[in-house]
Design a protein around this ligand. Structure first.
Ligand SMILES: *[C@@H]1O[C@H](CO)[C@@H](O)[C@H](O)[C@H]1NC(C)=O
Ligand SMILES: *[C@@H]1O[C@H](CO)[C@@H](O)[C@H](O)[C@H]1NC(C)=O
Ligand SMILES: *[C@@H]1O[C@H](CO)[C@@H](O)[C@H](O)[C@H]1NC(C)=O
Length: 718
């Protein structure tokens, strides 16, 4: 009796975990691996190609619509036809009224570059593999504004199979004004969708109205690929009936779709087909009045050449991505455990998905490559210094040259003397893609914040790459901002810091910390010891002499003087640790290891004593200054937020961390899909710059390569 009971218990716990799909019927729950994220990146490559699948739609994936990062639903369906019966794998919302059957979702997985869904369509097992390459050292590959969808049929024995995908007019941002075009170049077929007469550089709720959405694929071998556009009921019915799309085209209307279908014929074993989905803007960025275009146009100036290359590059890109996924997972686990590895994996595509890598549209000169980053979901600013700053740990780890690529557009503008105020500009334009500066001198003022950020970023770039020549040409600009900090960073006038939602303050300690480290960074950059000494002196005033701490030296205060009961997370200490500057003594970090356990809410530590919300990027920065046990608490808390199933946005870097003020903890606030999640790499960054062999040994720059060769790591392993 006792023995039998044990056996039963053992079986049922097996059922509830790994083997649930074998033990129960078709309503089995989806297995989430390695965890359940709020939303899955499907095609996430730049601010206008950012398509996601909210995790709370995954169990009904055959019906589910995908989403633009800002929340607009986008039509994207995938179907398979097996021996004449059609199953929806994704995105057919009106399934029940048709002869199409829903497949069953078994498993969902994310890695740093793939989102994978395993489904059963009747007796056949299939995998949808949404792959957005992250390849920062391969400028060509990184800059292509397309993403892969591979539909894999696993192990069948003699079945007749066709595979279909479509997208709709909502991908243009203005469905009712959308128009359709189709091109065929040998075996390459592609549809484009665009907005009729769209003004260049115009947005609607953050979607690009200029440029075009793309659905493409290439016929493989002798297999047949067909295309059709029209009302979804008509197009999908044609596929269901015939297994192909060789029909008369219907008139294009607002709710129409564009579709491609592969006929794989009779399959024994496995088979797969790959689609490309994208959003292309020939004029990608308005930089100071000149059009900048995607870096890839230096080699592939037309859409069909770019798409042909993208589809040809698939196998190599996929091999690289598997190496990257494995390395990131292994290195992040070694740095701070498996939960940290999950955080890093979900952050990778999003971090690069806020960026465009461009060259001048007129010359296509790859020596003039510039990167642009969008401040997603707050105000759309271009190349905000305090967006590049929190994100920089991911560039440091994966390819530190991106610090220069992102700062260069700003440095050119500052160096030209068009910004006349004595402190660093906040951003290079009020709204993406207009990187037109602020000749009216009216950028959001964050004087200490941005001066400190710029000097620290410049030093990080030199430390990581050894490239002093880039820094030297701007030394005069840097000195101006170092001098500004020397004069203005003890008695600090009321001003904003990066966290502008928290409002302005005078004498904010965390800004004083940033300034001390920024001044020291300039001392290192310029070799002028005088500045290093001033940085050290400021640190001494704020820490040892206690202007920035409570009397007993238990923590840094939010503001000084005489505000001992206030606090704010002093994340600006992190670059001091990363760059080994030793502006502050060890005790300045270690007191935090004690203190922050005492103000920890359900989902971790808030930004400061006034707020109930946390910033995930700054919390990972701060964790990088801690002893291991406190660091691990911060990782656990962020992972708990990421996986709690209470929300469905792209990874939010701002969320309610405590119920102390009466709000529901563990839910996001305002911020979606921001590239600042690059800051989650802060713990991995402590292992050194350029630390992923799969990336640093595969430098490839297209035609502009030679000047970067010295950064190749000859000792790196393949
Ligand atoms: C597919 O089949 C159709 C009709 O049989 C034919 O016209 C077309 O050329 C074929 N396409 C490819 C890419 O093989
Ligand atoms: C960008 O380059 C293309 C190709 O040379 C050209 O047709 C287009 O007019 C250019 N756009 C601008 C704004 O100069
Ligand atoms: C800021 O701190 C300085 C130095 O302690 C002090 O002289 C000044 O009065 C403070 N300013 C404010 C607004 O409290």
């Amino acid at each position: 009796m006792h023995f039998n009971l044990q056996k039963q218990l053992g079986l049922s716990s097996l059922c509830s975990s790994l083997l649930s799909f074998l033990c129960s019927n078709d309503q089995a729950q989806v297995a989430f691996h390695p965890a359940r994220p709020p939303s899955y990146p499907l095609a996430v490559r730049n601010p206008y190609l950012s398509t996601w699948m909210p995790a709370d739609r995954v169990d009904r994936l055959p019906y589910a619509e995908s989403q633009f990062w800002a929340g607009q639903d986008l039509g994207w369906s995938v179907m398979v036809r097996i021996d004449g019966q059609v199953y929806s794998l994704m995105g057919v919302s009106d399934l029940d009224a048709s002869s199409i059957l829903p497949a069953t979702v078994r498993r969902a997985e994310f890695t740093s570059s793939h989102s994978l869904f395993d489904l059963m369509a009747g007796p056949v097992s299939l995998t949808l593999d949404f792959f957005s390459p992250v390849s920062p050292s391969n400028y060509l590959r990184q800059s292509l504004p397309f993403s892969y969808l591979t539909v894999q049929v696993n192990h069948v024995w003699g079945r007749d199979i066709q595979i279909y995908s479509d997208i709709d007019g909502r991908w243009t941002g203005r469905e009712h004004r959308s128009v359709h075009d189709f091109e065929e170049h040998g075996k390459l077929l592609f549809h484009t969708l665009s907005v009729e007469d769209a003004p260049r550089y115009a947005e609607d709720r953050d979607m690009a109205l200029w440029g075009h959405a793309i659905l493409a694929s290439r016929a493989e071998g002798s297999r047949n690929l067909s295309a059709l556009a029209g009302p979804p009921q008509v197009v999908r019915a044609a596929f269901a009936t015939n297994g192909n799309l060789h029909e008369e085209e219907s008139a294009w209307s607002a709710q129409s779709v564009v579709a491609l279908a592969h006929d794989l014929g009779n399959i024994v074993g496995g088979a797969s087909v790959t689609f490309a989905v994208g959003y292309e803007r020939e004029e990608a960025i308005n930089y100071l009045g000149d059009a900048y275009t995607g870096f890839y146009r230096s080699e592939y100036p037309t859409t069909h050449e770019a798409l042909s290359f993208f589809l040809e590059d698939f196998e190599e890109a996929r091999l690289e991505s598997w190496r990257l996924d494995d390395e990131l997972s292994a290195f992040a686990t070694a740095a701070a455990g498996p939960k940290y590895a999950d955080i890093v994996a979900l952050s990778t595509r999003q971090a690069y998905g806020g960026i465009d890598l461009t060259i001048p549209n007129s010359s296509l000169d790859t020596d003039r490559a510039l990167a642009f980053i969008k401040e997603l979901s707050s105000d759309g600013n271009v190349n905000t210094i305090d967006i590049i700053m929190p994100a920089f740990p991911i560039y440091w780890v994966m390819d530190p040259d991106w610090i220069r690529l992102l700062l260069e557009p700003v440095m050119l503008y500052l160096d030209a003397g068009r910004w006349k105020l004595p402190y660093t500009i906040h951003d290079l334009g009020s709204h993406y893609p207009h990187a037109i500066g602020h000749d009216d001198q009216r950028a959001e003022p964050m004087p200490i914040e941005e001066c400190g950020n710029l000097l620290i970023l410049a030093l990080a770039y030199v430390r990581a790459t050894g490239d002093e020549s880039w820094i030297n040409q701007y030394m005069g600009v840097f000195q101006k901002y170092a001098d500004y900090l020397v004069k203005n960073s003890i008695d600090i006038a009321e001003q904003l810091s990066s966290n502008d939602a928290a409002g302005p303050l005078a004498n904010e300690t965390n800004l004083a910390i940033k300034a001390a480290i920024g001044i020291k960074a300039y001392g290192e950059l310029s070799g002028d010891q005088k500045y290093s000494q001033i940085g050290d002196d400021h640190a001494d005033i704020f820490f040892r002499q206690g202007l920035g701490t409570d009397e007993r030296h238990t923590h840094f205060v939010l503001e000084y003087p005489d505000m001992p009961n206030t606090w704010k997370i002093p994340y600006n200490l992190y670059p001091d640790v990363l760059l080994g500057l030793e502006t502050f003594p060890r005790e300045a970090y270690s007191m935090g290891s004690q203190f922050f356990s005492t103000v920890r809410g359900e989902y971790g530590v808030a930004l400061d004593n006034r707020q109930d919300w946390a910033k995930s990027d700054w919390n990972m920065w701060l964790a990088g200054t801690f002893e291991i046990s406190t660091r691990d608490e911060f990782v656990d808390d962020l992972w708990a937020f990421m996986t709690n199933g209470k929300h469905n946005w792209p990874f939010s870097d701002r969320y309610v961390s405590t119920s102390a003020h009466g709000s529901e903890p563990g839910v996001p606030v305002l911020c979606r899909a921001r590239p600042t999640v690059g800051g989650h790499f802060a713990l991995l960054a402590l292992k050194g710059p350029n630390s992923l062999p799969s990336i640093s040994t595969h430098k490839a720059y297209g035609t502009g390569g030679s000047r970067y060769d010295r950064f190749m790591d000859p000792a790196g392993e393949l």
